[in-house]
Write a protein that binds this ligand. Structure first.
Ligand SMILES: NC(=O)c1ccc[n+]([C@@H]2O[C@H](COP(=O)([O-])OP(=O)(O)OC[C@H]3O[C@@H](n4cnc5c(N)ncnc54)[C@H](OP(=O)(O)O)[C@@H]3O)[C@@H](O)[C@H]2O)c1
Length: 289
């Protein structure tokens, strides 16, 4: 396939570009410096110029707390940017896959969120992502929205991604014991993004690794078990103690109603994916850069 990937320096984009190259795709992976998705004309030119079979949008303003102080920058990327790409894909006849978030839900549900649940985003980042979903479909009904959450992998700077290296370095961590999600490993997410791009079936998909999900503490404990790290480095914290500028859902576990019915295999259990991630990083000295 001919695939254009945005936000190329990001965690998910790198995994997506790696996979596509391995599969022999013709790939244009454009960093923010090469394509700012908030610039409608530049987006139109880039998509028309490359003429992709599919665009996979991995670009986003992902600083959840920073978004509270800079809503216009957040909406420019996560809402207008998504609409710009959808409109450009409509013009060029490309499939369009864009990543959304578990944060579109408010976290009050005890079980898994499915496509039957009504989004109630809290905070600027979540609201902008939800707005992006709506604007994508309005601009281009062929859009494929992929909600994911608790993403971890190589090149990630978020908490889940740096846990193994932090523990390897002997750092103390304070993972939250009473906040829950469904972890998602970037190579597995990349595979599903590519499959969805190829299938070209519009709709909202929930994409996470299989299993019952976990708390941040359980995730960190599993890292200790896999990597042989000292569990006493983990000092459990509670969600109520989290003093952050942006609200977050206390529980945002996702399940998909349609993927398996369409023939997509469930992604492997998150513990298996985590084992691969921790083992892959075992050659490093533990300093997070
Ligand atoms: N990480 C998670 O746990 C998580 C959970 C749910 C959903 N998601 C979603 O998954 C997707 C990928 O996230 P990620 O974790 O890979 O994020 P990431 O590592 O922060 O990568 C995002 C990339 O987008 C770029 N970007 C920001 N604004 C842009 C713009 N206007 N135009 C073009 N590029 C822009 C960033 O560049 P700069 O660094 O230069 O700003 C960065 O390289 C996003 O849609 C995110 O909302 C992530």
């Amino acid at each position: 396939m001919k695939i254009l990937i945005t936000g190329a320096n990001g965690m998910v984009a790198r995994a997506a570009a790696n996979l596509s190259r391995e599969l022999g795709d013709e790939v244009a992976a454009l960093s923010r410096a090469e394509l700012d998705i908030s610039r409608a004309d530049a987006v139109l030119d880039a998509v028309a110029g490359f003429g992709p079979d599919a665009v996979i949008n991995c670009a986003a303003f992902t600083d959840v707390d920073g978004a509270e102080a800079d809503p216009s920058a957040c909406f420019a990327a996560n809402s207008a940017g998504v609409e710009n790409l959808a409109a450009a894909c409509r013009s060029s006849g490309s499939a369009f896959v864009t990543i959304s978030t578990d944060y579109v839900f408010d976290g009050s549900k005890k079980g898994f969120y499915t496509q039957r649940d009504t989004p109630r985003p809290q905070g600027v980042y979540a609201s902008a992502k939800r707005d992006g979903e709506i604007r994508a479909f309005a601009a281009y009904p062929r859009s494929i929205i992929v909600r994911s959450g608790w993403i971890f992998g190589e090149n990630g700077r978020n908490f889940l991604s740096v846990i193994p290296d932090r523990l390897r370095a002997g750092d103390n961590l304070t993972p939250i014991a009473d906040s829950f999600g469904t972890p998602t490993y970037t190579p597995d997410l990349a595979l599903r993004l590519r499959e969805l791009a190829e299938a070209d079936l519009p709709g909202v998909y929930h994409v996470v690794n299989a299993g019952d999900g976990c708390s941040y503490l359980e995730f960190a404990e599993k890292v200790c078990e896999i990597g042989g790290f000292d569990k006493s480095l983990l000092q459990p914290a509670s969600f109520a103690d989290l003093q952050r500028p942006a609200p977050r859902p206390v529980s945002s576990k996702l399940a998909c109603l349609i993927s398996e019915k369409l023939g997509f295999q469930p992604l492997r259990p998150w513990e298996n994916a985590l084992a691969e991630f921790v083992t892959a990083g075992s050659g490093r000295d533990g300093r997070v850069v």
